[in-house]
Unconditional design. Structure first.
Length: 276
């Protein structure tokens, strides 16, 4: 009965999330203040529901719920909606908020309709440690930063094409400028690379202490190091002037697609990353 109630809770949250996105899209097309306010307040309700569930999980489990792929997806969705609320409150970039919430909605959908939710594999209680917690949390934070770079890359290309084709109208006044989008891409990568590197270092240390058998050649580890190399190389090319801003934006988009592949496929193929 409790599981059914919780399932209905997440379904209601998902419906409200979808309604909020619809209002945001209407606001984007028509610059409708009523739609904008409606979208914000509905999203705020979703955020409070997500946060309440997250806090309840922390109290019930006596740990932060990020130690399984199922839990990590939920935390990632919550982190994205948190970022969107911050952007909306301080930077007024409405379309970036819309894009972030589209990604968050996708992950919430995956979380809500994942089969056999109760049977998700988690680390045995004896293996849970602060080191592992920090490793996983930092990894998810880095993914959120790279999601931001993806959003600003999409926005840059959108604004660039509208300006190039002279299709700019008053409806698009809340889109970030080309300069804002470029800075957003760069700052997000500046944050994501070191955070992911710290996560890998801590994870490697945890594996050395806890696991009897593990390999640095694990698919998930290789994929994560490859991510750092990709983003570092893209940033180097951009800073050295060898990559135009348009190409830099496209590089961000394709790099984020690799993150999605590494997040899901890498977890399935990994020998010991069964929780994330």
């Amino acid at each position: 009965m409790a599981e059914m109630t919780m399932a209905r809770f997440h379904e209601v949250m998902l419906v409200l999330y979808a309604v909020s996105l619809v209002f945001y899209f209407i606001d984007y097309l028509n610059k409708d203040r009523v739609a904008h306010r409606s979208a914000f307040w509905i999203l705020l309700v979703v955020y409070l529901m997500q946060s309440g569930f997250l806090i309840a999980q922390v109290i019930e489990m006596k740990r932060f719920p990020v130690l399984s792929l199922y839990e990590g997806i939920y935390f990632y969705a919550w982190l994205l909606i948190s970022l969107s609320m911050i952007l909306q409150a301080f930077y007024r970039v409405g379309f970036a908020v819309f894009f972030l919430n589209v990604i968050g909605f996708i992950f919430m959908t995956i979380h809500t309709f994942t089969p056999s939710q109760a049977g998700q594999t988690t680390i045995e209680h004896s293996l849970i440690s602060e080191l592992l917690f920090i490793h996983i949390t930092f990894a998810i934070l880095s993914y959120a930063a790279f999601a931001m770079s993806f959003v600003f890359a999409v926005l840059y290309l959108l604004v660039y094409n509208m300006l190039k084709n002279k299709k700019w109208t008053s409806r698009f006044t809340r889109l970030p400028s080309l300069q804002q989008s470029m800075v957003g891409m760069k700052v997000s990568i500046y944050i994501g690379i070191p955070v992911l590197l710290i996560s890998l270092i801590l994870g490697t240390q945890w594996a050395n202490i806890v696991l009897d058998k593990w390999s640095i050649l694990d698919v998930k580890i290789i994929g994560s190091f490859f991510l750092i190399i990709i983003y570092s190389f893209v940033l180097f090319l951009q800073r050295s002037g060898r990559l135009s801003v348009n190409d830099f934006a496209w590089a961000n988009i394709f790099s984020f697609l690799f993150i999605i592949i590494n997040f899901f496929l890498g977890s399935k193929l990994s020998q010991f990353h069964f929780w994330m």
